[in-house]
Design a protein around this ligand. Structure first.
Ligand code: SDX
Length: 433
């Protein structure tokens, strides 16, 4: 232990020269070699494309143990939060670090509720898109444009403005996502209601129409809230790292979150839930599963099982377990437990987990494998799956953004490279070539 034998170090030897690098001890997870002075001491870079072995920051927000399939938010296990808490309380925990008292939670939920409307003039932004625009394109644009409407919460050096921007983003994301959906289906925007909870408000803004009353089904609202909770934060994933890097330049919070939304859109990341459901539909029937399993194993075939595998989890993604339980509950409630897509999903999961290839590569279902099935059963088109992921992950991005800005060591992120291009050479005039 560091305190009994003095500071721990790692020794790096290059061409007979040795360098002592501090070894940093976490509260959980692997030790970290501090290489901040390496280039200055040894004149070398480290090389880690994809950052598979690189800690880009320190954080106290979320911990993942990929081998154990464990996910903690401020120390609280995700399965306990999914079972016992609700999304806005999880937002509080991620933002402020502790379980709120009843009064603190009531105040927080009131502050979020009071910020759910967006500036009326932002209505016009949606109309600048084609009706067949992907809702993620709309979200990237509208969230980035918040920088042009909320000037009183863009100064990142003012703690109060950082707090207001955080609440505004968490509060307004459901409205923006719902309106992006309504715009693409040609229905009128539905304004948020202060008498509804966060998840019910989102369902109401998505599925109600002015022509008739809409009653939110409380079981669907609970499932929606649980999906929000399961997607809230996930350590230094690609989109969160994008938000941190954007923020390191001093960019305003709305621009940073828009960058996170853009990164999340990719099918290898947040776009996997849409890609997974489209894959399940393409497979269509259980008898076609072996064909797709073989394609996923074929290194010459770019096809991969969407919703499977994870950079960190080399065991079950704990969120997938909870999501699978919710899928069963929602489909049973809707009387579609025999949903063919769900049947294909369950049989595909069983076939993949029984296949030595997936066991050897430690490929398990991730958070995206079942979420699409629930969202489709709830009435969302596949194009809304990633916007819902973005809506949920906004609290994670904002929490990590706030944490980074409070770090006295904060400096602009500026990685180096392994250069393999041409070395210096002289320009040759065209007549001499
Ligand atoms: C999310 O980082 C996060 O925390 C992300 C996330 C979050 O909450 O923020 O958890 C959300 O993005 C979940 C992941 C959603 N993506 C998908 O479901 C897309 C399908 N999965 C793969 O694209 C892949 O598994 C990744 C991108 C998720 C992880 O990629 P890695 O860690 O870089 O692993 P890899 O691509 O290097 O794969 C290792 C091996 C490879 O085989 P070899 O080259 O070693 O022979 O496993 C194979 C891959 O071919 N492999 C798969 C596979 N995923 C990896 N083979 C078939 N199907 C797959 N899904």
């Amino acid at each position: 232990m560091a305190d009994t034998q003095g500071p721990r170090t790692a020794t790096l030897t290059i061409d007979g020269e040795s360098y002592e690098l501090p070894l940093l001890t976490p509260t959980a997870g692997p030790d970290v070699i501090d290489i901040r002075k390496l280039y200055g001491q040894a004149g070398v870079f480290t090389y880690d494309p994809g950052f598979t072995s690189t800690a880009a920051c320190d954080s106290t927000i979320t911990f993942i143990d990929g081998g154990q399939g464990e996910l903690l938010h401020r120390g609280y296990p995700i399965d306990q939060l999914a079972e016992k808490s609700h999304f806005l309380e999880v937002c509080y925990i991620l933002l402020y670090g502790e379980l709120p008292s009843a009064a603190e939670l009531e105040d927080f939920e009131h502050r979020v509720t009071m910020h759910t409307m967006i500036h009326e003039q932002m209505n016009n932004l949606f109309r600048g898109f084609r009706r067949d625009a992907h809702p993620m394109a709309v979200m990237v644009g509208v969230v980035g444009a918040m920088s042009a409407f909320y000037h009183d919460s863009t100064d990142i050096n003012d703690p109060w403005q950082r707090e207001v921007a955080s609440i505004r983003l968490i509060a307004k994301m459901p409205t923006i996502a719902a309106w992006a959906y309504k715009y693409t289906i040609g229905q009128p925007f539905v304004y948020p209601r202060n008498d509804l909870d966060y998840a019910s408000n989102f369902l109401h803004m998505c599925f109600s129409v002015p022509a008739e009353e809409y009653q939110v089904n409380p079981i669907l609202a609970r499932a929606m809230d649980r999906i929000f909770t399961l997607h809230a934060d996930h350590e230094q994933n690609a989109s969160t790292s994008t938000v941190r890097l954007a923020s390191s330049s001093g960019a305003n919070p709305f621009a940073c979150i828009a960058a996170g939304i853009a990164c999340l859109w990719g099918p290898a990341h947040g776009g996997a839930n849409q890609a997974c459901l489209e894959m399940l539909r393409e497979i269509g029937t259980p008898n076609r599963i072996p064909e797709y399993i073989e394609r996923a194993k074929d290194r010459d075939d770019p096809f991969r099982l969407m919703g499977f595998g994870h950079r960190v989890y080399k065991n079950f993604d704990p969120r997938a377990k909870v999501m699978k339980q919710s899928a069963d509950e929602v489909l049973e409630l809707l009387g579609i437990e025999h949903n063919p897509t769900l049947q294909v999903a369950k049989q595909l999961e069983a076939a993949a987990l029984a296949d030595p290839y997936f066991a050897e590569k430690k490929l398990f279902p991730n958070v995206d494998f079942y979420s699409g099935i629930i969202l489709e059963a709830m009435g969302f088109p596949t194009s809304m799956f990633t916007p819902i992921f973005a809506l949920s992950r906004t609290v994670g991005w904002v929490s990590q953004w706030k944490e980074q800005l409070a770090d006295p060591q904060l400096k602009i992120g500026r990685p180096r490279q392994l250069y393999l291009g041409e070395v210096m050479r002289d320009y040759v005039d065209i007549e001499d070539r």
